[in-house]
Structures are given as structure tokens and as C-alpha cells.
Design a protein around this ligand. Structure first.
Ligand code: SAM
Length: 210
């Protein structure tokens, strides 16, 4: 998205192929759901799966399920008794997300919660190993503050779309871009964490709790 289209194509070509479940879900999302560009997709999905598998997390939180693609990827690395909570406010995507999450080998370890993340997160009294922030971009700073103290030392927060089509570097910023930029500035100055922005797809902020 922000990289040269030729480089994107190359990255896309030389990656491991996703499972048939994820390919089916990607197809169904493009055919049946509005705004399919919101889906993480195969390349980012592989990154989420690799990070999760490296960490073997006990507790994962995802804010923004959409059709369940990234939840299925993040669940791939769960430890045997691990749990992944994924939250989405849009009940119109509930059926498709549940249908595909149920086909995941980790289905029994995935809790799909429908509602506003701002009200659901405070009810989850967990210590997080891995958090994926991928909901309404205006609320990234709020979600971050809601979870950061509950992330264990060494745990990871991933925030998606932090380069916002490359608009974060423009002088004139619209409201959404300004709020994403402010989130990135805030994280870079937060002494509780160490971070790096990866320019993959639309930019992923990888934030480690110290
Ligand atoms: C970019 S999509 C998530 C994509 C998904 N993580 C993936 O990679 O396939 C963002 C989702 O956040 C959800 N969302 C927006 N505001 C929310 C809120 N306040 N609470 C929970 N979910 C919200 C939207 O309904 C949408 O499905």
C-alpha cells in the first residue's frame, strides 16, 4: 500500500501460501462484505502468525475482528491452554466471522465478543502477551492506554495502519491522519515501551513492553 507496487507484488509472490481456510475467507470477504481492503490479507497474516508462533502466547487480545482473518492467524501460535479474545462492534459481520473462526483448528480457544471495545476491554481482567489494535483509527491512543499496563513485560502490542496510506508524513493532515500521527509520537516517547514501525502494507507499529 505504501511501498512501490512492484515491490508489493514481489513480497506477495515470495511468501508462504496461506491455508485453504484463510484463502476461502479472503475470497468470501471480497464477495460478501463491504470494504474488503480492511482485511489483513495473506502477507500481514503470515507476519501475525509467525510472531504469535514465536511467542506462544497465553492471552491475546484483538481489537477489530472484521471477518476474522487476523484472529485466525494470531490464534495459530496460542499455547495449548491459551485464549484469544477478539472484539468487533459491527454485528453485520458476526455470521461470517463466526463461520470461519469455527473452522479454525484453534476455534475452541477463540472468544469472539460483539460490542464496543471501549466497554468490553475493561471487563477483561487478563495479563496480555500479545495485543493487536486494528479498529477505529481515531481511538488508537485510547485503546493503547486501556491495555498497556495490562501487557506483561516483554509482551507485544501491534498497531495496524500507522502510516495511513503514507499520509502521516504530509504537512497538511486530516483529522484521522493527525490522530494516528499523534499515536505514533506518543508511543515513541513512552518510557514503558520500545517500538519500531515496520513499513509492511500500511505500516505496523511493533511495540514491546519493557
Ligand atoms: C480494519 S477492520 C479489522 C480487520 C481485521 N483485524 C483483519 O485484519 O482482518 C476494523 C474493524 O474494527 C471494527 N471497529 C470499529 N470501531 C470499533 C469499536 N469501537 N469497537 C470494536 N470494534 C470496532 C470495525 O467494525 C471493523 O470490523
Amino acid at each position: 500500500m505504501i511501498t512501490d507496487p512492484e515491490i508489493d507484488l514481489y513480497i506477495d509472490q515470495y511468501k508462504t501460501q496461506s491455508s485453504s481456510l484463510l484463502l476461502d475467507l479472503e475470497r468470501a470477504t471480497h464477495l460478501q462484505v463491504l470494504a474488503p481492503q480492511m482485511l489483513s490479507g495473506q502477507t500481514q497474516g503470515n507476519l501475525l502468525s509467525i510472531l504469535s508462533t514465536m511467542m506462544r502466547p497465553q492471552r491475546v487480545l484483538e481489537i477489530g475482528t472484521y471477518t476474522g482473518f487476523s484472529a485466525i492467524c494470531l490464534a495459530e501460535g496460542l499455547s495449548p491452554h491459551g485464549l484469544l479474545y477478539t472484539i468487533d462492534v459491527n454485528n453485520e459481520i458476526e455470521d461470517i466471522a463466526r463461520k470461519y473462526i469455527e473452522r479454525s483448528p484453534k476455534a475452541a480457544q477463540i472468544q469472539f465478543l460483539v460490542g464496543d471495545a471501549k466497554t468490553i476491554i475493561p471487563t477483561l481482567k487478563e495479563s496480555w502477551d500479545l495485543v493487536f489494535i486494528d479498529a477505529d483509527k481515531e481511538s488508537y491512543s485510547l485503546y493503547y492506554e486501556m491495555v498497556v499496563d495490562q501487557v506483561r513485560p516483554g509482551g507485544i502490542i501491534l498497531a495496524d495502519n500507522v502510516l495511513w496510506y503514507g499520509k502521516v508524513v504530509q504537512e497538511e493532515k486530516d483529522k484521522k491522519t493527525r490522530l494516528i500521527h499523534e499515536f505514533n509520537v506518543m508511543v515513541s516517547k513512552d518510557h514503558r515501551v520500545k517500538n519500531v514501525i515496520l513499513p509492511l502494507r500500511d505500516g505496523i507499529n511493533v511495540i514491546q513492553k519493557l
